[in-house]
Design a binder for this molecule. Structure first.
Ligand SMILES: O=P(O)(O)OC[C@H]1O[C@](O)(CO)[C@@H](O)[C@@H]1O
Length: 522
């Protein structure tokens, strides 16, 4: 099953969507709700512990039908089969894209170049489990025979953002180990992290798929130098482990071969937290929780793989994203998790989404004549309400928003949680409905601001009709987090297929690296 490389704007569905857009573009969400009293139910999908409420989007049933027609016309189904079965869909790098195999809980074999990769994945997971248990239990001893208290993940991009985001998101589940992250080439970053660490009780995890990344190698070298000021070269084996595909380079760096965890070419850096790249996650929350994260992702994979497009959450929400980008000409999407634990979700998704779909050449080698990858940004609510939400409510730009909330809090404080979720729902409602001139007039009158009504009135009106999707999840657990991340990963894939671009390479990061290298050798 090969992918079809179709220019989406040349499909029949695209033409129909353009006509449909002209009919719907000025229709207010309020009238869409008035027209259909069952709209919330009609446009909500329940998937395991998730409720995807997409009713506050500027769509009607015809929009969904036409978008699904578009997905069928570009043959999304064949592309999905190619994605899950290990075909070389990353054609520019001649690689399969198999992060889904890393978390597969089924007995299905998955072949890359004729070799079933499932046994290698299982062996790597076993190694992660054994190592995690040794470190967490205190059986793994440092060079002065003390147990490990601190772990430092040294990596950048996908070798940092994913693990860092998950460790932060699952803080509630964490054990006694303190996990730190060093990524920036800025030497102040590494110094800030190591200044309070004790080399006798710290474990360093160097994560680099290629083991050639300037930032990671520079930071690792600085840290090794710092470590060997108090310990000897032979002690390195007790304190340094690495995750990489490049065994030769790791060994040259002085890492013992038994301390090397594998990575594979068929996993992209920004999709790699499910592999040993997630070692610091496993160390922070224990292997069982790491496994739960994988199971959650697998559950979303199964939903995506086996559900008709009309009821398929990643498919429907990706298509709605296309609707905004290519018809409403929205340029950005905001991610608003109503959980402080998810404060690193937006930066993580920035790499996942923008490094994947920030492309302007299609799969036939032609420059695209339509918009692709969006600008992703965001921060947790309720803080964001007191920061940038003004622009969403009354600014000139159309910014579709993903609100992510949980039915239960983790510590169980009902008062706080009720207030948090009242804000969550209040924001989506305010964005959708707005406030009319009449309503604003009445407010000013009630407030006794009679003299100022005429001057203040225009500023007090909210147009509304601002789209949002509410992703409501039972509770933040390793499992639901896994599903949430997998949901966004599939969104990236689907949108890349529709836009007819290659989502899994990242040549755009190279030129700047080359020029930095040239500057250094001047
Ligand atoms: O894991 P590595 O090979 O050090 O790469 C780190 C990151 O650098 C990038 O290649 C971009 O510069 C990312 O795609 C990747 O996640």
């Amino acid at each position: 099953m090969a992918m079809k490389n179709i220019n989406p704007t040349e499909t029949k569905a695209w033409g129909k969507l353009s006509n449909h857009f002209n009919e719907l573009k000025d229709v207010h969400l309020k009238s869409l709700f008035n027209e259909n009293s069952n709209r919330k139910n009609d446009f909500t999908l329940n998937v395991n512990d998730f409720e995807f409420d997409y009713s506050k989007n500027r769509i009607n049933q015809e929009t969904i039908d036409l978008l699904v027609e578009l997905a069928n016309e570009v043959d999304l189904k064949s592309a999905m089969d190619a994605y899950f079965s290990g075909e070389e869909i990353n054609q520019t790098e001649k690689r399969a894209v198999l992060h889904t195999a890393l978390r597969s809980q089924s007995n299905n074999e998955v072949f890359v170049d004729g070799v079933n990769v499932k046994p290698e994945i299982k062996a790597a997971l076993d190694k992660i489990e054994v190592f995690t248990n040794k470190v967490v239990s205190g059986d793994w001893k440092g060079y002065t025979n003390k147990s490990i208290t601190d772990v430092v993940n040294i990596g950048i991009g996908g070798s940092d953002l994913g693990p860092d985001m998950v460790v932060e998101s699952l803080k509630f589940y964490k054990n006694h180990l303190n996990v730190h992250f060093v990524s920036n080439i800025d030497g102040d970053h590494v110094q800030e992290v190591i200044k309070d660490l004790n080399p006798e009780t710290t474990l360093f995890v160097i994560v680099s798929k290629t083991f050639t990344t300037q930032e990671t190698l520079t930071n690792a070298t600085t840290i090794k130098k710092w470590f060997t000021q108090s310990a000897s070269e032979s002690d390195v084996a007790k304190h340094f482990v690495a995750v990489s595909t490049n065994l030769e380079k790791v060994k040259n760096f002085g890492i013992a071969s038994e301390n090397i965890f594998p990575m594979w070419d068929w996993v992209g850096g920004r999709f790699s937290l499910w592999s040993a790249v997630g070692l610091s996650i496993s160390l922070a929350v224990g292997y069982n929780n790491f496994k739960e994260l994988l199971i959650g992702a697998f559950e979303m994979d199964e939903h995506f793989k086996n559900t008709p497009f009309e009821k398929n959450a990643p498919v429907i929400l990706s298509l709605i994203g296309i609707w905004y980008t290519n018809f409403f000409e929205a340029e950005s999407e905001v991610i608003l998790p109503y959980s402080q634990y998810l404060s690193k979700l937006a930066p993580y998704l920035q790499q996942a989404i923008m490094e994947s779909n920030g492309k302007s050449v299609d799969r036939n080698g032609n420059r695209v004549n339509y918009q692709t990858g969006n600008i992703i940004w965001g921060a947790p609510g309720s803080n964001s309400q007191h920061a940038f939400m003004q622009l969403l409510h009354q600014g000139t730009k159309l910014i579709p928003a993903d609100f992510i909330g949980f039915k239960q809090s983790l510590y169980g404080d009902v008062d706080h949680h009720e207030k948090l979720m009242a804000n969550f729902f209040g924001q989506t409602q305010a964005l959708a409905e707005g406030k009319t001139k009449e309503e604003a007039h009445l407010d000013l009158k009630t407030q006794g601001k009679l003299d100022e009504i005429e001057t203040l009135l225009p500023y007090k009106v909210f147009e509304g009709n601002k789209p949002s999707t509410a992703i409501l999840i039972e509770k933040l657990t390793p499992r639901t987090l896994g599903s949430l991340i997998a949901f966004y990963e599939h969104k990236i894939f689907i949108q890349g297929i529709i836009w007819n671009i290659f989502s899994f390479d990242q040549f755009g990061v190279e030129l700047g690296k080359e020029l930095a290298q040239k500057n250094l050798s001047k």
